[in-house]
Design a protein around this ligand. Structure first.
Ligand SMILES: Nc1ncnc2c1ncn2[C@@H]1O[C@H](COP(=O)(O)OS(=O)(=O)O)[C@@H](OP(=O)(O)O)[C@H]1O
Length: 356
């Protein structure tokens, strides 16, 4: 009887011990994941919970407003609000324990309305590219914040991965080439260029979408508002003086460090343009035809399977807007105005972009 009682007590003790050990293990595992989740922003950023925000952050649903650096509209608001989330990123993996934040190796420096968002979103399909989804505007607006701030904005990257960001305003900002050169002499620069007239109309379309009361494109094109002298200082026209802007870059960087993406071909043959960009970056051609399809409703190439999603996706509504009709005589005047500038640009860039 006594032996049976002792045996029962032994079993009870053993069960108690096992229960304590099990609870301890559960607490340890929980603590491990909790601490890891707190310390490694990648885990937070890449959780499935964040799937929708990931698309928002990459710009597939909303785009920047052109005046302030934004982590495209999402629950995080602007880049300024997102400082607590260093280097918001979308294509990292939770297992990237050795990944670090580094200054960019390549930049998309322009041009505004050239197709820079499409290029960045297409490039981020490449496993060897880590790209910031927002426009940090470091070299034009936030230079005083210093390189440590800039680095902290970058996505984490593994050795061998190329870190990138895009800020189209860099191309036309006077101080930018010297500042970028001071950071890195061998950085690779990418400029998406598009017919300066369609670029200007695209820019104007964005302006009227925000301030519908502005005068017509035709009126703003000319000084004093009447057909005569072209107002080359009107920002939508001034940005298109590519040769003038490029001159400043060539004072710092050799032509071999600057790659031009043909904006029109980025739409008609995205895989071809992406192939050349991957070559320029010294990467294997991984982003190819099989990643794109032409969406007839959108009228643009879209991704079959964007990064972070399994569904096909096109850029948001602010990309590929319908342009207003512009008086053909004004277009003709602009053709004449841009012709010498374009020819000079073709010479400097070493290629003919075919804008008539
Ligand atoms: N695949 C795809 N989908 C949608 N839009 C595309 C695409 N490829 C290039 N584009 C062209 O990109 C133009 C916008 O250029 P950006 O992204 O450089 O604009 S911005 O400077 O960042 O505001 C945008 O200009 P608009 O057509 O005037 O809206 C497009 O013509």
């Amino acid at each position: 009887m006594a032996t049976f009682h002792n045996h029962k007590q032994d079993i009870r003790r053993l069960v108690q011990k096992l229960a304590v050990m099990f609870s301890f293990t559960v607490v340890c595992v929980y603590l491990f994941y909790f601490l890891n989740g707190c310390c490694n922003s990648d885990l937070v950023e890449n959780s499935d919970l964040n799937g929708v925000n990931k698309l928002l952050l990459t710009g597939w649903y909303n785009e920047r407003n052109g005046t302030f650096p934004q982590v495209t509209t999402s629950s995080y608001g602007t880049m300024e609000d997102a400082r607590g989330l260093p280097g918001l990123e979308t294509n990292s993996s939770a297992k990237d324990w050795t990944a670090t934040r580094r200054l960019p190796h390549a930049l998309i420096i322009g041009v505004k309305k050239g197709g820079t968002r499409a290029l960045l979103e297409f490039l981020r399909l490449h496993p060897d590219i880590r790209a910031l989804g927002s426009e940090p505007h470091f070299f034009d607006r936030h230079y005083a914040r210093g390189l440590d701030w800039y680095r902290s904005m970058m996505p984490k990257a593994l050795d061998g991965q190329i870190v990138m960001e895009k800020t189209p305003r860099y191309f036309v900002t006077e101080e930018t080439p010297a500042r970028i050169y001071a950071m890195s002499h061998d950085i690779k620069l990418i400029v998406v260029v598009r017919d300066p007239i369609t670029r200007a109309i695209s820019d104007y379309t964005q302006i009227i979408s925000k301030t519908p009361d502005v005068p017509s494109f035709e009126a703003l094109t000319f000084k004093n508002g009447s057909v005569g002298t072209i107002d080359a200082l009107w920002s939508p026209l001034w940005i298109g003086l590519y040769a003038k802007h490029l001159e400043r870059w060539l004072a710092y960087f050799p032509p071999s460090q600057i790659h031009f993406v043909h904006g029109e071909r980025l739409i008609s043959d995205p895989a071809g343009e992406l192939g050349r960009v991957q070559d320029f970056l010294g990467l294997q051609r991984i982003v190819t035809d099989k990643h794109f399809y032409f969406n007839k409703t959108k009228g643009f190439p879209c991704l079959k399977k964007p990064e972070g999603s399994s569904k096909p996706h096109c850029l948001g509504k602010t990309k590929g807007r319908i342009h207003p009709r512009i008086d053909p005589t004004v277009i003709q005047k602009l053709r004449e105005f841009y012709q010498p500038h374009n020819l000079r640009f073709y010479q400097m860039a070493g290629q003919d972009f075919g804008w008539q």
